[in-house]
Structure formats: structure tokens, C-alpha cells
Ligand binder design. Structure first.
Ligand code: NAD
Ligand code: TYD
Length: 353
């Protein structure tokens, strides 16, 4: 890919930072502009290694700010948008849904409006690529998989706000002809994930000998994908996805939460030179999440058969790489866990341990 100017939103977050790095390094002939509001979840440290690159620009800004978006379109004349900026944590959406409506719905509409305004005379070789989640499909029982045809049935404020944004993106395609691609991905894990999500939260607590909170009985099932495999799928879909189409992306890697946490405890025992079984003692069953979806599982045969993508990282290896990263980046963890996060943690899980 050459001579493209691409706006990536939410590039200082978890998946965004891996995506920005991949594009900046793999496409030196393209300009990559990262717009991020730097909420608690956004951290420029995630991108320190590419900060000085000639083809990379960072703009601190809010995607609900239409004037700013219009100015950026005028200045950079974008060929494409890869939209990742979002409020992304289900538990926060339960305690405070408004921010999810603002960023995930209004923010997406603001981006769609600017793209339409600046591209409407020539949609040729333009693309609005919207990154979404499998949570829009709701929950599965013991059997079955989400396909691209599964009806939407979101059940948390987070997934409802993402579903709403997906519908709007598709509506701009059908109504105005905006060239769009959407992908719905399963749970990601890997370096740089904010420690409010299950895997980094558990790693952090195990290391610090704090209780590891498992919701309900730990029977809920998630399908886990290494974040760099997701970034690779995003790069492929940006280049080869068909406008108007949706693609499911997943790991083919289902785990009950309790089994996953036990595996993580075994890895941590080894890494921390603890006796086998020591970390497992930290597992603490806590009150279940309200409306907790039971199972997510993805059928990713469309992207596999049409574009040749499939997950490349084996789960136990990926988990070990993730643990190593968190153990080697203690200062990153300390910094992101200070201040606002500590307040959230106390509110979500009770008093400080
Ligand atoms: P994240 O919470 O780590 O990062 C979100 C980023 O968006 C942060 O850098 C934050 O500062 C930025 N942001 C938030 N509000 C903004 C605003 N109003 N304007 C500009 N920037 C703003 O999230 P993530 O886990 O990296 O997820 C990225 C995207 O991928 C989201 O759209 C999410 O719905 C989707 N997704 C995530 C997963 C997952 O497992 N994490 C799975 C599938 C899809
Ligand atoms: P999470 O990482 O929040 O992702 P999502 O809710 O988007 O799937 O949670 C993954 C699973 O782990 C989910 O079933 C909820 C559960 N969970 C816990 O059991 N304890 C925790 O402290 C957290 C954050 C999540």
C-alpha cells in the first residue's frame, strides 16, 4: 500500500496501538494520523517506539468534536478511516452508560458525517472501516457460533452502543453510498491491555498476591484472540475487504473463565517461582456481573475462506508472552493503575486490599 493517508481513531488504546504500529512500520509510504482523546484507557507510552517516525502524526482530540474532525479532513485529505475509538469495558458501561452513548454512538456519527461531507463527490478508493465486537450478537448457549448473519441482540449498554454504531455505519452505506467495512471480533488479549479487563487484571492481582475476582461461578465462556492477530486481520480487511460487507474475526479458542484463570495461575507460579497451586489460592468468586452473557464463539470461516486470514498465535504461548510483557513492564502497570483507575477498582470490587 502506497501514498494513502489514513486516520486511525483510538490509536493510543490497546488494539489501536498495535494497529497503528503495524501500519506505521509496514506501510512507510502511507501517512498514519492517530486521533485519541487519551481517556484513562489511552496511553501514548504504548506508542513510544514509533513516536518519531516521519509517517506518523498524533492528534489529541475527541471524535465527538465535529469541527475538529472537519479541520483534520481539510488538512490531511484522508483516503481512509480505521475507527477503533470507543469506551470498551462492559462493567463501566453498567455503572455509567452515558459516556458509551456519547463516544460509541455520537462519536461514530460525527466521523461518518465528516467522511460523507468530504468524500461525497468521489467515493473512489475511499474506505470507512469500523471495528466492532462479537458482543453485538448477544449470548450463545452451549452450542452454535456467531456468523455474519446472526441477528443483533446486544444485552449490555456497551454492546448496545456498539450495535447502534454498527447499524449507523451500515445505514450510511445503504443510504448515502459511503464505502464501509465492519468487522466483529471476539475477546482480545496481549500486551498493553488496560488492567480492568480479565486477563491483565488477573495477572496484576496474582503478582501482587491480591484476590483474583471471578464473576459468578466462572462458567462463562469467551473466545480469545491474540491482539496482533487482530491487528493483522484489520490490515488485511482494510486492504481487501469488500465495501458494504461485514467480517467476523475470532480465535477458535473458547475458554471457561475459571479454566482460563487456572491456566494463568499455573503460568504465574512458574514465572514467579512459586509452588504449584499457590496462585490458585487467590481465586475468589464474587457477585456475578448484571446481565452477564454466557458464551461467545465466532465462526470466522468467511475471512478465512475469502481472504486467507486465520489466528497464528497458540493460546498458551500467547498467554505466556502476555504474562512476560506485564512482568517486564511493571512501571507501565503502576502508572496506569494510579489515580482514576484506583477509584474505579475500589468502587467495582470493594475496598482496597
Ligand atoms: P481501549 O479501551 O483499550 O482503547 C480505546 C481508545 O479510544 C483509548 O485510547 C481512548 O483514549 C480512546 N477514546 C475513547 N473515547 C474517545 C473519544 N471520545 N475520542 C477519541 N478517542 C477516544 O479499547 P480496545 O480494547 O483497544 O478496543 C478498541 C476497539 O475494538 C473498540 O471499538 C472495541 O469496541 C473494539 N473491540 C475490542 C475488543 C477487545 O477484546 N478489547 C474485541 C472486539 C472489538
Ligand atoms: P472482560 O475482560 O471484561 O471482557 P468482556 O466482558 O468484554 O467479555 O471479561 C471477560 C470475562 O471475564 C467475562 O465473562 C467477565 C469475566 N470477568 C471476571 O470473572 N472477573 C473480572 O474481574 C472481570 C473484569 C471479568
Amino acid at each position: 500500500m502506497e501514498n494513502k493517508t489514513i486516520l486511525i481513531t483510538g490509536g493510543a488504546g490497546f488494539i489501536g496501538s498495535h494497529t497503528v504500529r503495524l501500519f506505521v512500520n509496514n506501510f512507510p509510504g502511507c501517512k498514519i494520523i492517530n486521533i485519541d482523546k487519551l481517556t484513562y484507557a489511552g496511553n501514548l507510552e504504548n506508542l513510544a517506539d514509533i513516536e518519531g517516525k516521519d509517517n506518523y502524526y498524533f492528534i489529541r482530540g475527541d471524535i465527538t468534536d465535529s469541527d475538529l474532525l472537519d479541520k483534520l479532513f481539510e488538512r490531511f485529505n484522508f483516503d481512509g478511516i480505521i475507527h477503533l475509538a470507543a469506551e470498551s469495558h462492559v462493567d463501566r458501561s453498567i455503572s455509567g452508560p452515558d459516556e458509551f452513548v456519547k463516544t460509541n454512538i455520537i462519536g461514530t456519527v460525527s466521523l461518518l458525517n465528516s467522511a460523507l461531507k468530504f468524500w461525497k463527490n468521489n467515493f473512489e478508493s475511499k474506505l470507512f472501516y469500523h471495528i466492532s465486537t462479537d458482543e453485538v450478537f448477544g449470548t450463545l448457549g452451549k452450542d452454535g457460533y456467531f456468523t455474519e448473519k446472526t441477528p443483533y441482540n446486544p444485552r449490555s449498554p456497551y454492546s448496545a452502543s456498539k450495535a447502534s454504531s454498527d447499524h449507523l455505519v451500515r445505514a450510511y452505506h445503504y443510504t448515502y453510498g459511503l464505502p464501509v467495512v465492519i468487522s466483529n471480533c471476539s475477546n482480545n488479549y496481549g500486551p498493553n491491555q488496560f488492567p480492568e479487563k480479565l486477563i491483565p487484571l488477573a495477572i496484576n492481582n496474582i503478582r501482587n498476591n491480591k484476590p483474583v475476582p471471578v464473576y459468578g461461578r466462572g462458567e462463562n465462556v469467551r473466545d480469545w484472540l491474540y491482539v496482533m492477530d487482530h491487528a493483522a486481520a484489520i490490515s488485511l480487511l482494510y486492504q481487501k475487504g469488500s465495501p458494504g460487507e461485514t467480517y467476523n474475526v475470532g480465535g477458535g479458542n473458547e475458554w471457561k473463565n475459571i479454566d482460563l484463570i487456572k491456566l494463568l495461575c499455573r503460568i504465574m507460579d512458574k514465572k514467579l517461582d512459586r509452588e504449584e497451586g499457590e496462585s490458585e489460592k487467590l481465586i475468589t468468586f464474587v457477585k456475578d456481573r448484571a446481565g452477564h452473557d454466557m458464551r461467545y464463539a465466532i465462526d470466522f470461516s468467511k475471512i478465512k475462506n475469502r481472504l486467507g486470514w486465520e489466528p497464528s498465535v497458540d493460546f498458551s504461548q500467547g498467554l505466556e508472552m502476555t504474562v512476560d510483557w506485564y512482568l517486564e513492564n511493571e512501571s507501565w502497570l503502576k502508572r496506569v493503575c494510579s489515580g482514576e483507575y484506583q477509584e474505579y477498582y475500589n468502587q467495582q470490587y470493594g475496598k482496597k486490599d
